[in-house]
Design a protein around this ligand. Structure first.
Ligand code: NDP
Ligand code: CA
Length: 339
């Protein structure tokens, strides 16, 4: 099978496009809203020129296209029409759902509200339906949204669902609690939409793995979900142990221990930026999936600190302050039995 996708210094080209009737490549990325990035974020170490739409737009498109994903989930999209036109000419169709009260609209030079988007390869996938949600917290609508789509692989007729979201930003215990409530609503929404279908649930959750929402997602009653980047790391560790004929890491059933094991194996960062108040390096973007129906085959590595450069991101090479997560999945033949 494929080895761990190696990044190609700056351009991060994936080695092989995913092929076959059971394989799905997903790209998850907060692309950084043009309006917020240029006028609101305060990326003090990023040259103004690198933040212009003129400069960023083709880097964004290039990063998506060179990875050849079957499904693309994006956050902070405030140029959907541009992406729809360019990606549309490259075999993708897309759905967009804006935030109800996007902060972009409070900035003079805006290009409309930002929101989430899902694109899919139209020659490989058929869109069977989709739904959108304004996430609720304690039964009240928040300013965060989600999109869920049901897709069918044309070659095999098999179906799966994809859902993406961008949860409430900023630090603090109360906000972590709020994100947890958004996560609970997200799970209810996506369960109702996806039912028993294989599911990919990804986005910018704005939460480190130690926040309550991470455990809420991994331990929810409605789905059994795993985190792709953590699980591929565990898989590689197991492979190495087999090669070295070391004793196998005992698999356990204790949900708290499983969550702790997953937290430990998340990547060290998915966003890395410098604002006026200092450097922020966090793991807050995830690709969750139903491991009983999907096998994680490969995850694209992120550029290392030296490759990123001392000014971090965004910069001339990296158009967003978030990295793209790229995952290869295989749809399993039979759902593994519960016991
Ligand atoms: P969020 O807190 O979820 O953040 C909105 C955006 O700001 C996100 O895209 C987030 O990016 C980014 N962000 C996070 N941290 C910072 C930071 N330190 N500096 C700059 N940008 C940051 O906002 P909501 O959608 O819940 O909306 C609230 C905001 O919208 C308010 O702060 C206000 O500015 C604006 N607003 C204003 C209103 C008004 O009356 N003037 C009414 C409604 C909204 P990421 O997720 O990548 O961290
Ligand atoms: Ca942002």
């Amino acid at each position: 099978g494929l080895r761990c996708l190696k990044l190609n210094s700056v351009s991060r080209v994936c080695s092989a496009p995913s092929e076959g009737a059971q394989h799905i490549r997903l790209l998850q990325w907060n692309i950084l809203s043009q309006t917020l990035g240029q006028h609101n974020d305060g990326f003090v170490r990023c040259p103004d020129e690198a933040l212009t739409w003129q400069h960023r737009r083709y880097l964004i498109v290039q990063e998506i296209l060179q990875n050849q994903p079957d499904v693309v989930c994006l956050q902070e999209v405030d140029h959907f029409k541009f992406l729809q036109t360019v990606l549309g000419s490259q075999n993708y169709d897309g759905i967009f759902f804006p935030k109800p009260d996007s902060p972009c609209l409070y900035i003079e030079e805006n290009n409309g509200p930002d929101g989430c988007a899902i694109f899919y390869k139209r020659d490989k996938l058929q869109l069977l339906g989709y739904d959108t949600r304004i996430l609720e917290v304690w039964r009240v609508q928040s300013n965060q949204v989600a999109i869920a789509a049901r897709l069918q692989l044309k070659a095999s007729g098999r179906e799966f669902c994809v859902c993406t979201t961008h949860l409430k930003a900023r630090h603090g215990a109360l906000l972590a609690k709020l994100r947890n409530e958004q996560g609970r609503d997200l799970i209810r929404f996506v369960k109702q939409f996806a039912g028993e279908s294989p599911l990919l649930l990804c986005g910018d959750f704005n939460a480190e793995p130690i926040e309550p929402i991470y455990a809420t997602i991994l331990s929810c009653d409605l789905f059994k979900l795993g985190s792709a980047y953590a699980d591929i790391k565990l898989e590689r560790e197991r492979e190495r142990e087999r090669e070295d004929q070391e004793q196998h890491t005992a698999s356990c059933d204790d949900p708290n221990e499983l969550i702790a094991q997953s937290i430990k194996r998340e990547p060290p960062y998915t966003t890395w930026k410098i604002r006026e108040d200092g450097e922020e390096c966090h793991t807050i973007d995830y690709v969750f999936y139903t491991p009983q129906q999907l096998k994680i085959k490969n995850c694209l590595e992120f550029p290392a600190g030296e490759q990123i450069g001392k000014n971090r991101t965004p910069c001339f090479e990296y158009p967003s302050d978030h990295f793209s997560l790229v995952c290869d999945f295989e749809l399993l033949d039979e759902p593994l039995s519960e016991d």
